[in-house]
Design a protein around this ligand. Structure first.
Ligand SMILES: Cc1cc2nc3c(=O)[nH]c(=O)nc-3n(C[C@H](O)[C@H](O)[C@H](O)COP(=O)(O)OP(=O)(O)OC[C@H]3O[C@@H](n4cnc5c(N)ncnc54)[C@H](O)[C@@H]3O)c2cc1C
Length: 450
């Protein structure tokens, strides 16, 4: 014990991994580019409240931090009418997420980490990994080099650590166009009585014509309306204003005065990274593309993954933190989360490949139902989509009536089957050649139709 662990970026999973490892006796330093008061974003997020207990972090309630239950979502296609909108329907009380201000969540997580003995160096920008041959031995920063026995990469989607790793490690650096989504988010005034708003949390598939794909929400809170616009390329300022103005025509709850937010931020919109570890290195959170591929929630998953990572590090009695000894993290992540979450990216690719007319058809004919759409950050399983439904034969017939749609759906089903077959071949032990071969096959399942 007493070995030095560096965490690049105060990502959520990075902070909770840091806390668990410091508690176990490691010297842990988190290196974060922002100052403490500027961590996170100026908005709230939804997450599964069960994850706090998983990592030994106090629940926000116990820490005196405000939270509330998330409102249920109502889903709309491009032209969905009142009769065909799809409201979420939770079947278990435990499925309900909570919302918290991101800055409050950061207060909770940094407080937890510091209480466990973690040092957080704020205002330090990591520029890349410090390498000794093929091993990561530290971080290069704008304040000089940091050395450590293990680097946990929690620096987000465009992590300079992951992107700076040598190619021979076989860890993917960049993402393709369809593998991230740019989201504009801002809070506007609420010019109507919130009690008169019928669908408090509207999520709209393909609401913006002429784009490759678009996904937006209008979420009415007590005193403001939360607007999110998601596109495959960052929307410009003028475009955002035009879209918001168009939404206002049917959604008088969306006021004109911007109160908070207004940033455009990319989110991973894809399967998790194929290889999570190298000698002296482990990736977590958005740095490892751990967002749920359909709703892009990544906080709960990254905190859950931090338990798997911390357990693997603590179990490494050799304290070498090599790819070989960190491999149980990869195996644990894919067995517990990745195995059923990754194929949701195939559903996502199918959905973004639908035309507006096909999306409407899926809504209006009952092809898509509340079961598929009652998803949360915690329900990161393809089995949410592949479930028993007595109406399946009727839905099958509806699908068969649209041969193009049928072909797209059949492709997703075939790829899902190929994925599960390939998962059986995930090497049980780390060997660079075998792991890289597996990773190439894994990536190909998701990219061969792009
Ligand atoms: C509009 C929007 C809404 C979202 N809503 C939800 C939601 O409701 N629920 C949910 O679960 N998820 C949501 N997400 C996704 C969520 O933000 C991420 O999945 C989640 O933050 C996990 O990512 P992370 O903590 O690993 O990385 P990040 O949140 O990207 O954190 C990375 C950290 O590393 C730091 N960093 C980056 N580069 C460097 C560097 N070079 N040097 C030092 N530090 C660095 C950053 O400053 C940051 O603190 C949303 C995302 C967006 C954009």
């Amino acid at each position: 014990m007493g070995k030095k662990i560096l965490v690049a970026g105060a990502g959520h999973g990075g902070l909770t991994a840091a806390a668990q490892l410091a508690k176990a006796g490691f010297q842990v330093t988190v290196i974060e580019r922002h100052e403490k008061e500027n961590l996170g974003y100026d908005w709230f997020d939804a997450l599964n409240p069960a994850v706090f207990a998983m990592v030994g972090c106090p629940h926000p309630e116990a820490a005196g931090i405000p939270w509330q239950n998330r409102a249920d979502v109502t889903y709309f296609g491009p032209t969905t009418d009142e009769a065909h909108k799809i409201p979420q329907r939770f079947t278990k009380p435990g499925d309900i997420e909570i919302t918290m201000e991101r800055r409050d969540l950061y207060k909770l997580l940094t407080g937890f980490a510091e209480d466990c003995g973690v040092t957080i160096d704020y205002g330090v920008t990591v520029t890349g990994p410090l390498m000794a041959g093929d091993r990561v031995v530290g971080l290069i920063t704008d304040r000089g080099d940091y050395t450590g026995d293990l680097v946990i990469d929690a620096a987000g989607l465009f992590s300079p650590v992951r992107m700076g790793l040598p190619d021979c490690l076989g860890i993917q650096k960049t993402v393709l166009k369809n593998e991230r989504i740019y989201t504009y988010r801002a809070f506007y005034d609420l010019p109507v009585d919130p009690g008169t708003v019928k669908d408090v949390y509207k999520v709209m598939f393909r609401p913006d014509p002429g784009r490759d794909f678009s996904l937006s929400w209008i979420y009415t809170r007590d005193t403001y309306t939360d607007l999110l616009i998601g596109h495959m390329e960052p929307p410009g300022e003028k475009e955002i204003e035009e879209i918001a103005e168009r939404y206002r025509r049917e959604n008088p709850q969306l006021g004109k005065t911007k109160l908070r937010g207004g940033q455009t931020v990319p989110i991973p919109f894809r399967r998790p990274l194929a290889v999570l570890v190298a000698d002296g290195y482990a990736a977590i959170g958005d740095a490892a593309f751990m967002t749920m591929p359909l709703n892009c929630s990544g906080i709960s998953t990254s905190i859950e993954a931090s338990k798997i990572l911390a357990d693997a590090v603590i179990a490494d009695k050799t304290e070498t933190f090599s790819a070989e000894t960190l491999w149980p993290y990869q195996l644990g992540f894919f067995r517990q989360i990745g195995k059923n979450m990754a194929p949701i990216a195939l559903v996502k690719d199918m959905i973004i490949g639908l035309t507006a007319a096909e999306t409407d058809y899926a809504f209006n004919t009952g092809l898509i139902t509340w079961r598929e759409l009652t998803i949360t950050a915690d329900q990161h399983s393809i089995w949410q989509f592949l479930h028993f439904d007595p109406k399946l034969p009727r839905r099958g017939l509806t699908l068969a009536k649209d041969p193009v749609l049928l072909k797209k759906a059949a492709g997703a089903v075939a790829d899902t089957a190929a994925f599960y077959a390939w998962m059986q071949r995930l090497p049980k032990q780390f060997s660079r050649a075998a792991v890289q071969k597996w990773a190439r096959g894994y990536d190909k399942i998701f990219t061969h139709r792009l």
